[in-house]
Ligand binder design. Structure first.
Ligand code: HMG
Length: 388
């Protein structure tokens, strides 16, 4: 039985900053952001979007009534959760009107959470082939104004429906993974922004890639020439290339060109959004599938997942017949076209607008946010959402 990704939804807020504007305002050569990091635009979440609403908007795009009935497991990967106790998955379950006979749980391991969810979903579907699993990968990446990490912020969510006989990508049985306790990036419970050892995090991302890739090669006997493309977790779009270029040199020229070209295509959406932590790898996969017309049935796609702290995993999947017809390409293109470019001053204002941290109430104005599902406020320590 094939198990894998049946549908992919994606949502990013309607506001963005152009990286040239940010560079100018910060007195930095724009080439550092656009070439050195490979980022063109950065999504900016208004106060009416939090990880719950972002995920709900992404999932709402792809689920029909049959899916809603069949989903009996909701796994929410995030590192910007809204509550220490109640999982973000329960909110989404309610907002989307899913079948109450479901398990709903939040998963955390930095950017790796959704990959853990996919592997758990695979096991669940193997036991219950008539069911479906909804994975949510939703985050707001915040490092702070004027920090080195500022240019690698972003916001958005990917919704992944896992089922038997998937229409997009059947997951293969071998995947390789690795854990080591390191401090490259973390966010203590008292802090609203992440702490990061930037250079060290880059080195560890590549070191973990080598560990899992070498293990994968040993276990499968495969080499890079067997892959149509490899999608990477992309904290910024140059990062995956930094890892890929270390293993690509000895590969025959034709395969090298294919992997380089497909890598570029797999970064298209991420260049316009920035880092969305748990969703970044799956946004890169989506970018590849929606923007590369030469991919075909049975092509093998590799996926490198990395979550600081750190866990890495290399997994792979096989493209399914007619997969192109089951993507939401037009929806995503319209979403990008309708975004509003804001000045750096406006971005700074939006960044500073936060929910009260002292338990006081706040009603939010949702009329300016075009999203279907918005955070409406906090009353009596409880978040409320509106579905327009
Ligand atoms: P920085 O110190 O501001 O930048 O930090 P830099 O000086 O290293 O420059 C970046 C690149 O731009 C360099 O290229 C420069 O040469 C180049 P490289 O040597 O790296 O190839 N450059 C230029 N290029 C063209 N024209 C110019 C120009 N000027 C310079 N004029 C850093 C960059 C990424 C470290 C920082 O933004 C940061 O700390 N970001 C957050 C951490 C991060 O993204 N780490 C990535 C790996 S860890 C990870 O992926 C996990 C994560 O997603 C979290 C999670 O798991 O939850 C972050």
């Amino acid at each position: 039985m094939e198990i894998g990704i049946d549908k992919l939804g994606f949502y990013t807020p309607h506001l963005y900053v152009d990286m040239n504007d940010l560079a100018e305002e910060r007195g930095i050569d724009p080439g550092k952001f656009t070439v050195g990091l490979g980022q063109e635009e950065m999504a900016v979440p208004p106060i009416t979007q939090d990880p719950v609403s972002l995920a709900s908007n992404a999932a709402e795009q792809i689920l029909d009534e049959d899916d809603k009935d069949a989903i009996d497991l909701v796994l929410f990967g995030t590192e910007s959760g809204v509550d220490h106790s109640k999982s973000a998955a329960v909110y989404v379950h309610q907002l989307l009107g899913l079948n109450p006979k479901a398990r709903s749980v939040e998963l955390k391991q930095a950017c790796y959470g959704a990959t853990a969810g996919i592997q758990m979903a695979k096991g669940h579907i193997a036991l219950h082939p008539d069911k479906k699993v909804l994975i949510l990968a939703s985050d707001i990446a915040r490092y702070g104004l004027n920090t080195p990490g500022e240019s690698t912020q972003g916001a958005g969510a990917v919704a992944i429906l896992v089922s038997a006989s998937p229409r997009l990508l059947a997951l293969e049985s071998t995947s390789t993974y690795y854990t080591a306790d390191i401090m490259d990036f973390w966010r203590p419970v008292y802090s609203s922004t992440a702490f990061v050892d930037g250079k060290y995090s880059n080195e560890q991302y590549i070191a973990f890639f080598h560990k899992v890739w070498e293990d994968y090669q040993e276990q499968t006997g495969r080499s890079l020439t067997d892959f149509a493309a490899i999608a990477f977790h992309l904290p910024y779009t140059k990062m995956g290339w930094k890892a890929l270029r270390t293993v690509i040199e000895d590969v025959p020229e034709e395969a090298q060109e294919r992997l380089k070209n497909n890598y570029q295509i797999s970064t298209k959406y991420n260049r316009q959004v920035g880092n969305i932590y748990t969703g970044s790898l799956y946004l890169s996969l989506l970018s590849l599938l929606e923007n590369q017309d030469e991919l075909k049935e049975a092509d093998i796609i590799g996926l490198y997942s990395y979550g600081s702290g750190a866990v890495g995993e290399f997994l792979s999947g096989k493209l399914q017949p007619g997969f192109k017809e089951h993507l939401q390409t037009a929806v995503h293109q319209t979403m990008f076209e309708n975004r509003e470019r804001i000045s750096v001053a406006t971005y700074e204002d939006v960044f500073e607008q936060t929910l009260p941290t002292d338990g006081s109430e706040k009603q939010l104005q949702t009329s300016e946010d075009p999203a279907k599902i918005c955070l409406a406020g906090v009353n009596d320590h409880m978040r409320s959402y509106v579905v327009k």
